[in-house]
Design a protein around this ligand. Structure first.
Ligand code: ATP
Ligand code: MG
Length: 415
């Protein structure tokens, strides 16, 4: 028999889930527009090297989490694990360097092969923004302010903490890398195998390790802030001052590094304690080297992404939509007439649930279940006088009203 289970780590978005997702996307889209970000959509799969080259060969995503397969044409493609690499690729392929700053908002599914648990799926969904082409810290402040604004709109800001850190410029990272390598080398026998592997390639990534043993060693690691040069210090100080001036509170977290290799200067994360081990809600940073590394013109960028599943778990149910009116024919004979009425109401902008089957009791029960505000009951007796019964489903009261005043009456009573 065919296996009808969804693939592990994937989920159907049934209406209730979808409503929550939709609410997150709608608010995020609207707020992004306020900041002048335009929506873009890149393909769900790209040539594997788009991700492999940009995310770095020590990142968890590239080493363990990518869904990579060969096409019939023998090309290696990968389902996108995140949004930035695709947007950067699109920036280059479409020659958008002429149009900087590019301010993009996106949303869609992402794919990572990791252990599924609450708030962690193999197909999950993100909203995200990228601000490409601005070198100064004002860009970092702007995208963090936008993330903050969206979390506030969703009513989840109170459940989150903004953590920020500086990953410095290239020079500072080289200096810190040397110090860090020395420190981790002196503890290498106690590091996890993954982290020993990172030690030679990218010791900074060890700071991001989720292994308990590693975390103990990381706790005593040197502090990046002490190895930043003046340019890097100036940059992060301006970001922090800008956030303070906008009334956005944050905590400096010296251990915060981004899992991806192309980040520099500002790294930030809105975290929560309300989703168990899945603490990251919205995370991002500056990626000045990315576009050049991909083969494009040297172009700075900063952005973030947030998980829609995690956001909607924090946000809970969205406000209810307008309640529909249920149109109920008393008998099957009147179905056609009732459906015509339903259609004319919809043409007038009224949300209508048409009652398809069942006896009167069942139909009214279903109207209740659909959270209908009122039922229009079409019966022979009233129809003879060109009337229809309007029943308020909250109070149970009903009266016969002239058919040709239905729209006006509904608008008068219910809007
Ligand atoms: P985590 O530390 O939880 O693995 P991450 O650092 O891998 O997160 P990012 O790559 O920064 O996450 O992705 C941005 C956001 O996307 C995260 O903050 C989170 O809200 C969401 N996210 C990432 N991976 C998943 C997943 N597998 N399932 C659901 N949401 C996810
Ligand atoms: Mg992860």
């Amino acid at each position: 028999m065919t296996n009808l289970q969804p693939v592990r780590g994937t989920h159907d978005l049934l209406p209730e889930d979808h409503k929550r997702h939709h609410h997150v996307k709608k608010l995020a889209r609207k707020t992004s527009e306020l900041y002048g970000f335009d929506e873009v959509a890149t393909p769900i799969f790209e040539f594997t090297e788009v991700f492999a080259r940009t995310l770095g060969d020590t990142s968890d995503i590239v080493t363990k989490e990518m869904y990579t397969f060969e096409t019939k044409g023998g090309e290696s493609v990968t389902l996108r694990p995140e949004g930035t690499a695709g947007v950067a690729r699109a920036f280059i392929s479409n020659g958008l360097a002429q149009h900087v700053p590019v301010k993009a908002f996106y949303t869609g599914p992402m794919f990572r092969h990791e252990r599924p648990q609450k708030g962690r799926q193999r197909q999950f969904h993100q909203i995200g923004v990228e601000l490409i082409g601005v070198e100064g810290p004002q860009a970092d402040i702007e995208v963090i302010a936008l993330g903050y604004h969206i979390l506030k709109d969703l009513g989840v800001l109170e459940s989150t903490t903004l953590e920020i850190n500086s990953l410095g410029d290239t020079q500072s990272r080289a200096a810190f890398r040397a110090v860090l390598t020395e420190y981790f080398e002196s503890h290498s026998s106690s590091l996890s195998a993954d982290s020993r592997n990172r030690l030679a390639k990218n010791p900074l990534r060890i700071l991001d390790s989720k292994d308990d043993g590693d975390r103990k060693i990381v706790a005593g690691a040197p502090d990046f802030a002490e190895h930043l040069n003046d340019v890097s210090k100036g940059f992060i100080d301006t970001v922090q001052q800008g956030l303070t001036d906008l009334g956005i509170s944050y905590q400096r977290n010296p251990k915060l590094v981004r899992g991806l290799d192309y980040y520099c200067h500002t790294a930030f994360e809105f975290t929560t304690t309300e989703l168990g081990a899945q603490s990251a809600v919205l995370a991002g940073g500056r990626y000045d080297g990315l576009i050049e590394q991909m083969g494009g013109p040297s172009t700075p960028g900063v952005g973030w992404a947030a998980g829609i599943e995690r956001l909607s778990m924090l946000a809970g149910d969205p406000p209810a939509l307008d309640r529909p009116i249920s149109v109920v024919p008393v008998s099957a004979d009147l179905s056609g007439k009732a459906q015509e009425l339903a259609q004319s109401l919809r043409n007038a902008g009224v949300s209508v649930e048409f009652s398809f089957t069942g006896n009167m009791k069942r139909r009214l029960k279903r109207a209740d279940k659909n959270n209908a505000r009122a039922a229009l009951i079409l019966g022979e007796d009233e129809l003879k006088d060109d009337k229809i019964m309007l029943r308020d489903l909250d109070s149970g009261e009903q009266e016969a009203i002239p058919l040709n005043t239905v729209v006006e009456t509904l608008q008068r009573i219910y809007s």
